[in-house]
Design a binder for this molecule. Structure first.
Ligand SMILES: [Ca+2]
Ligand SMILES: [Ca+2]
Length: 355
């Protein structure tokens, strides 16, 4: 009686999860939100994933794997090749109220007196928003947060307009200060992560940008604090099929290589339920560990164990005997009770279309 209740509630939870959450949400730096003008995840391209179609033009950079999927790695070098993002087509949208948020890890190739440009509105003008390895500056206004930003550390920056040509700047959820934005709204151009030609591109940012979100609202302190909590509490559960994190196709009776990976970040060592599930044309299956490793019908956790870093590990795939979608899920939650706990659930999914 008790066991069937657990299974039913797990199925209900899973159903809620599968029907209300986009498959890629677990990997997104920012959760779905209203008032988004454009959202860049840099998962292999500079496309706007907000659904608004305001794609950026990739000037240059390389997409690399990070804890959050992929990021845009941009390098400072001599001579400086083209790098960064051109969002000029939509620059006119940047007027109060707006918020520009980014998750980025600089590599600090200079000393503390060096500037690294993160946003500009004229490719031939020095004015712009700069990261200095001890503060943020909307040049030529004063540096704010001087000494508060450690070098070579991932940071969540939010520039929140508070009035015409003014912004508050937040670092990891805490307000650093207020400054004039330095540009007259709206700007003529919107160029991210690229230094201008005035300084011979010598103030080029060097680092990895994992997400950039631009909104047409002044995000509240509560929203920014909640976002920082999301970043702090991040558990990344990932799953791929033949190396893809989205959808692949195979022929009936073909093979897919399914791999899982886990990065618990701050939750390493905490106990939880681990789930490997598949929604198939023949129902929901779970990979279980006993009596032998294999798939059984229904929803069961494979193990209750502390979370730890799991690099890409291949798991057995279900036989692709019927046409249709086989969606595989890898999930963990932070309550080892054989029930899916939505409040702490982190998961990834991938779909294998069997033709
Ligand atoms: Ca410059
Ligand atoms: Ca649980």
């Amino acid at each position: 009686m008790k066991k069937s209740f657990v299974i039913i509630s797990a199925v209900v939870s899973l159903f809620v999860c599968l029907t209300t959450t986009p498959a890629v949400q677990a990997f997104e730096v920012f959760p779905p939100a209203d008032n988004v003008l454009a959202y860049f995840e840099f998962n292999g391209d500079a496309k706007d994933s907000s659904g608004n179609g305001r794609d950026a033009v990739l000037l240059g950079g390389e997409f690399i794997n990070t804890d959050w999927g992929k990021g845009l790695r941009i390098k400072k070098s001599e001579p400086q090749p083209p790098v960064g993002l051109d969002w000029n087509k939509y620059a006119a949208l940047l007027k109060h109220p707006y918020t520009v948020e980014m998750l980025l890890t600089p590599t600090d190739t200079g000393d503390q007196s060096d500037w690294f440009k993160i946003f500009g509105w004229n490719d031939v003008a020095d004015a712009g928003w700069y990261y200095k390895n001890n503060g943020i500056q909307a040049y030529p206004n004063d540096t704010i947060g001087d000494g508060k930003i450690p070098s070579k550390t991932r940071m969540y920056l939010a520039f929140v307009s508070t009035g015409k040509n003014m912004v508050d700047v937040y670092y990891n959820g805490t307000k650093l200060g207020s400054t004039a934005s330095s540009f007259t709204e709206p700007p003529a151009s919107a160029i991210f992560f690229r230094d201008d030609s005035t300084t011979a591109r010598g103030e080029q940012l060097d680092g990895t940008v994992e997400a950039l979100r631009i909104s047409n609202v002044s995000r509240s302190v509560d929203e920014i604090t909640a976002q920082q909590k999301r970043l702090d509490g991040r558990v990344v559960a990932d799953i791929s099929a033949n190396g893809s994190a989205r959808t692949i196709s195979i022929d009936k009776n073909g093979k897919a290589s399914i791999k899982i990976s886990l990065h618990p970040v701050t939750k390493t060592g905490q106990s939880g339920d681990w789930w490997i599930l598949a929604s198939t044309p023949g129902g929901v299956y779970s990979l279980v560990a006993s009596p032998t490793l294999g798939w059984v019908q229904g929803v069961q956790s494979i193990i209750q164990a502390p979370l730890q870093i799991i690099p890409d590990v291949e798991i057995p795939a279900l036989p692709a005997t019927s046409s249709g979608d086989y969606t595989y899920y890898f999930a963990v939650d932070l309550k080892p009770n054989a029930t899916i706990d939505m409040d702490s659930l982190a998961y990834g999914s991938v779909t294998v279309q069997v033709k």
